[in-house]
Design a protein around this ligand. Sequence first.
Ligand code: SF4
Length: 344
Amino acid sequence: MIPLALLAKTEFLYAIHLFWPIAMSSVSLPALQVILASPRGFCAGVERAIRIVENALIKFGAPIYVRHEIVHTRYVVAGVKAKGAIIIDELDAEPSRAHVIFSAHGVAKQVFADAEARELNYIDATCPLVSKVHKGAERFYREGYRLILIGHAGHPEVIGTMGQLPAGAVVLVETIKDVDRLDFPSDAPLAYVTQTTLSVTDTADIIAHLKKRFPDIRAPKKSDICYATSNRQNAVRSLANEAELILVIGAENSSNSNRLVEVVRQAHCPRVHLISSTDDINWNWLDGISRLGLTAGASAPETLVQQVVAACEERFDTKISLLTLTEENIRFRLPHAVADVHPA
Ligand code: SF4
């Protein structure tokens, strides 16, 4: 056989062309075990919110206005926009009697009042577990307690929860330092509620500090952090013990996705990246990695997970395994206005 170095350029290319299939088949791909966390991805509140928009589009036709991103995932938002939804920041531009949907994060009471004043046909897609926090906050307030909300400033859910009560009735704390700065007397009638998508462990630390400073502070009957948030955090914590690198599929502005990244770091697995899709993967991250962990925030659809798996299969000799911590079978009923639509 002629050494390749002695071939002219065209002959060289021809030789490559002839032997390419053989060369390709003899190249073995590096081995990669992809460990999928379970549960991961869509929660019952997100599934319900998307169904509400889709059913409204079928029943009332486009356009359907959605106040704020229905859930924090570009893929989902692009999907409902393609079907005729229009995302708006505030209620101001839509014509009267237009159909408007409020996002899964919940809205302040003033938003309902504004919608009624403008004679809009609104449907509330607030997750029932966020509504439960709203009701808890209102109950404490009626009973005479000052409210402390543990959450992240500026998040739509926090704005919505604070907006259930008159201005000034709720004090927001984000950290233990914020708790130190509270200037209530230790026996003040206080109660707390929390955002539903917080870190379970960080929130437990803040609550412990609140109880130390204010021993009589009232707590919700059951944790406000929702089942989906805690299940996904538990699953990714276990994943951090198994994987050398973890990819979290979600969005920069998604609270629960960001918390998953933090949980991984706290579990001493420093190699973790938040990606919104396969396009965000820098494949150099996987150099020397043989066990990749994969999870998705509560607003990220399974399609995005499967796209990452498929991209891995193109580049690696991939084996898939599942790390299941718990099974979820929660479903929420749809609002009456769109419950009678049954998509084909
Ligand atoms: S993350 Fe929890 S609170 Fe938020 S929509 Fe999902 S189930 Fe509801």
